[in-house]
Unconditional design. Structure first.
Length: 317
């Protein structure tokens, strides 16, 4: 199940804009090294392999046990962004070299790597253990498991492209602008109705890190300059810049979905309680599991499933 269709409903907006973020699985930064098998050691009774990109999540133990029980080889690889983060804290050259040897193949080299490292084993899928490795995992699955690809869609991670994709598909989306200077940000702020309220966030973010709400130009300028000074995500290949968005007033909902062969199903519906507290604009008060009963709930589910369908259509699948 994918906990990831975040939907903010508005009681005051005529267009009822909706905020939508796609699923991600986050890992933990730390001095962690994972045993990576050399190509000569790769073998499994079933001849099947499962790739685990950035094997740092707590769920790694369950993946390993499940693969061992089924005779499937779990192949651990590092994405380039995560490998760079691990290496920068290491003084031992051999440890840094070991991490580099365990990196995922570069774009265009996936098939040659699989033939050399896995000797023709059937790759059943690709898992990802970090936010930084999502683009790498998506690329590996697209190249090595084409029957199960979800396409190469940066809009799954780029907060600006998410809304533009929804807008292009005819779905409600927030007004927004990517800015690379305070002057560009101030120009966007001038288009918003008074009193000033604007959401500022990294374009390539990581969950809710450095997502802020500004109610004055000095406050907005400080947030914009902070966002432009330093990236939040380890994914350095993503587009930079700060993202300014109109404030969406109302409740926030999450729609959990599962998909197979182009068919999408809703499996759970959550209502999030968020608000201002202790000087912070977006504080989580509760997550409430809700029944999918009622016109409003059904409309939310239809929107989330429509976003999933448009996501696959853009990928041409």
């Amino acid at each position: 199940p994918q906990r990831g269709r975040r939907i903010s409903t508005s009681r005051t907006s005529r267009t009822r804009p909706i905020r939508c973020t796609l699923p991600l699985c986050t890992g933990t930064r730390g001095p962690m090294l994972c045993l990576l098998l050399a190509p000569a050691a790769l073998a499994a009774p079933t001849g099947a392999a499962l790739i685990y990109c950035d094997p740092v999540g707590y769920e790694g133990r369950y993946f390993r046990e499940a693969c061992e029980a089924r005779g499937v080889l779990l192949v651990r690889l590092w994405s380039t962004p995560y490998a760079a983060m691990l290496s920068e804290d290491l003084e031992d050259a051999e440890e840094r070299a070991a991490i580099q040897r365990g990196c995922a193949p570069a774009a265009g080299e996936e098939a040659a790597w699989a033939e050399s490292a896995l000797s023709g084993m059937a790759i059943t899928g690709v898992l990802c253990g970090s936010d930084a490795g999502l683009a790498t995992a998506e690329r590996l699955q697209h190249a090595l498991v084409p029957a199960r690809t979800n396409g190469l869609v940066p809009a799954r991670r780029d907060k600006y492209l998410m809304h533009e994709a929804l807008r292009t598909a005819g779905l409600a989306a927030a007004r927004q602008s990517v800015v690379r200077s305070w002057e560009e940000a101030r120009s966007f702020l001038s288009t918003l109705p008074p009193p000033l309220r604007v959401v500022l966030k990294p374009r390539r973010g990581h969950a809710g890190l450095r997502v802020g709400l500004a109610s004055s130009e000095p406050q907005a300028r400080h947030m914009v300059e902070t966002l432009l000074a330093e990236r939040v995500s380890l994914d350095t290949e993503a587009e930079g810049g700060a993202l300014c968005q109109e404030v969406l007033e109302g409740e926030e909902w999450v729609v959990d979905t599962v998909s197979r062969a182009g068919e999408h199903k809703c499996v759970a519906l959550w209502r999030y309680g968020k608000g201002e507290a202790n000087g912070a604009p977006f504080v989580n008060f509760y997550d409430e599991l809700r029944p999918c009963a009622g016109e409003g709930e059904e409309r939310l589910v239809r929107y989330a499933l429509a976003a999933s369908s448009r996501d696959r259509e853009r990928a041409g699948i």
